[in-house]
Design a protein around this ligand. Structure first.
Ligand SMILES: Nc1nc2c(ncn2[C@@H]2O[C@H](COP(=O)(O)OP(=O)(O)OP(=O)(O)O)[C@@H](O)[C@H]2O)c(=O)[nH]1
Ligand SMILES: [Mg+2]
Length: 546
């Protein structure tokens, strides 16, 4: 079997590029700097050992725990049905036939949704598929109302987009039916008499069929909605949950419970022997899509070493293998910011002002040339990049020209964005600029009346405040496999190119007009040895802080 990693003939020399020492003025460079000093004290002949196969950073292909990750789910939700009303009469000593005292049924459980920080995948929801809130309990004698049904809270990861596919609301359907049957706008036909309907009325156990046939029922109370229904999300549901939510949001209120028999007491019927059944709950089918909101997105060609980097930075057990497309599903790793002294390493804060204790990295499957045309694993994973706050371009220094690789990656990302903007343009309404003649002179001047149709952002001016373009995101380059011999020149060429991009001597690799204007850094690392990765952490925090 060929070795999984080429054996190292040289030393750490290519990784420890001398010019880093001169650049190492900032304290943040310390980890590599220490490493350099350690190296300088060893002999040039000393052979640097790669971690043995089986370690955390160089694991055998079988050593991985598959992250159960699902970024799409379709769920059917049933709001709880209402409990039935109760038919009951007061019974006391000396009161032979007491008044009606049946309680109302409890209302059904509600369905809420809440975006929380702890969740990273939709697999739990995708697996359950159908979720039902509990039914309200039936009312009881002595005018005791039924208990409310238990609610359901869908906890979804931050970054979930929710769309409604179907909704069946039995109360609305019933209202519609009544309207049609009555042939009247308000659905109430005063002419009566009303007959028994099995779906609506509960009868006293001793009622005989003859009683039913001859009895007259009061007109049915019109479909009642719970008061909570006023505060539920308007139909059709369309939500983009981009921030963690403190309180859950009501998607569907449970149906209201039936009425107990005291509601039907009249002069003529003092002891009604009927109560109503609870309403049926709403059924909603939702499509959930997770657009990962990782802080850092790793973008790289297949086999560049993204998963190894994720392992080096976090406790992730993403699959690593010396072949393309080892990673088939995005992996999320969490980098805990702690200097092991119980104090956070950075003063960084989340958007809501809470101190930042960690950041997340998304390792997505490798991009190949023409990925935007759905080659390789296609564009489905690029949407995760679109939402990451910072992009880290992972370039394999041992796989040909690093500058070309970087440009190639930007091209794919740029093409993806171009396609997305085109799509948005088609969906958004066009804006028409019409400049009619305003005066006779204007018309005589032989000017043309113009109608210009423009729509939304364009690729050249994509910066809509709500959705910054991919090129507008902070980014940096991680030059990995720097431990391999002969990678030094490649890294030098890459830094020279980045210098030019920073100084404006070279066009931004995205080709866009308004790219991110910060300083683009190239960080050499050897992920397999865990060298230089602290620098990535520090650099990332700096970018996230901005
Ligand atoms: N010498 C050396 N080898 C590395 C380094 N980082 C990763 N590798 C090796 O490169 C190979 C590919 O690593 P992966 O982490 O699976 O690469 P990937 O980018 O996740 O690949 P895909 O998931 O297929 O896109 C593995 O054999 C790693 O052991 C490094 O810093 N130095
Ligand atoms: Mg991988």
């Amino acid at each position: 079997m060929p070795p999984r990693c080429p054996t190292l003939q040289g030393t750490l020399a290519p990784f420890l590029y001398p010019f880093l020492i001169s650049n190492a003025t900032k304290s943040s460079v310390r980890p590599i700097f220490n490493c350099i000093r350690r190296y300088e004290s060893t002999s040039v002949e000393s052979v640097q050992q790669l971690p043995e196969e089986g370690s955390h950073l160089n694991p055998p292909p079988t050593d991985y725990s598959r992250t159960i990750f699902t970024d799409r789910a379709t769920v059917t939700l049933y709001a709880g049905a209402g409990g039935h009303g109760c038919i009951s009469f007061l019974r006391e000593k000396y009161i032979a036939a007491g008044p009606a005292n049946g309680g109302d049924g409890g209302s059904g459980g509600n369905i809420y949704i809440q975006a929380v920080r702890g969740e990273t995948s939709l697999h739990k929801l995708a697996r359950r598929n159908i979720l039902k809130a509990r039914r309200g309990k039936n009312g009881q004698g002595k005018a005791r109302g039924g208990e409310r049904g238990d609610d359901i809270v869908l906890q979804v990861p931050v970054g979930t987009v929710v769309r409604e596919i179907e909704r069946i609301n039995p109360v609305a359907i019933e209202e519609q039916r009544l309207k049609l049957e009555a042939g009247k706008e308000d659905g109430v036909d005063a002419s009566g008499p009303w007959k028994w309907s099995q779906d609506k009325w509960l009868l006293y156990p001793a009622t005989t069929p003859e009683d039913i046939a001859t009895a007259e029922f009061p007109s049915l109370p019109r479909g009642r909605k719970s008061a909570l229904a006023m505060s539920q999300v308007k139909a059709p549901i369309s939500l983009d949950l981009t921030v963690p939510m403190e309180t859950p949001l009501l998607l569907a209120a449970g149906a209201i419970g039936g009425l107990g028999n005291p509601h039907f007491v009249t002069k003529t019927v003092p002891r009604p022997k009927f109560a109503t059944k609870g309403e049926q709950g709403v059924k909603i089918t939702l499509e959930l899509e997770l657009k990962l909101l990782a802080d850092v997105g790793l973008v790289g060609l297949p086999n560049a070493g993204k998963s190894t980097l994720l392992r080096a930075m976090s406790k992730s057990r993403a699959r690593v293998g010396n072949w393309a497309f080892t990673t088939l599903q995005p992996n999320i790793g969490t980098v805990v910011l702690d200097n092991h002294k119980g104090r956070p390493l950075s003063q960084a804060k989340y958007g809501d002002g809470e101190p930042r204790t960690n950041f997340t990295i998304a390792d997505i499957p490798g991009l190949v040339q023409d990925a935007h045309l759905d080659r390789g694993l296609g564009i489905s994973f690029l949407r995760h990049v679109e939402r990451a706050r910072v992009l880290a371009f992972v370039i394999d220094l041992n796989a040909g020209d690093a500058v070309e690789a970087l440009k190639g990656l930007w091209k794919e990302v740029g093409e993806y964005e171009r396609m997305k903007i085109e799509e948005q343009k088609e969906q958004s309404d066009p804006i028409v600029h019409w400049s009619p003649f305003t005066s006779v002179e204007d018309a005589l001047a032989n000017r043309q009346e113009t109608i210009a149709v423009t729509s939304g952002p364009t690729f050249e001016t994509p910066l809509a405040p709500a959705a910054p373009s991919i090129a507008g995101k902070p980014w940096f380059v991680v030059a990995t496999k720097a431990d391999l011999p002969g990678t030094k020149e490649n890294f030098e060429a890459l830094t020279a190119y980045l210098e030019l991009v920073n100084s404006g001597g070279e066009e931004h690799p995205s080709g866009q007009q308004k790219p991110w204007e910060g300083k683009v850094e190239g960080i050499p690392i050897s992920a397999i040895n865990g060298h230089g990765v602290e620098r990535i952490t520090e650099w990332t925090i700096g970018l996230l802080d901005d």
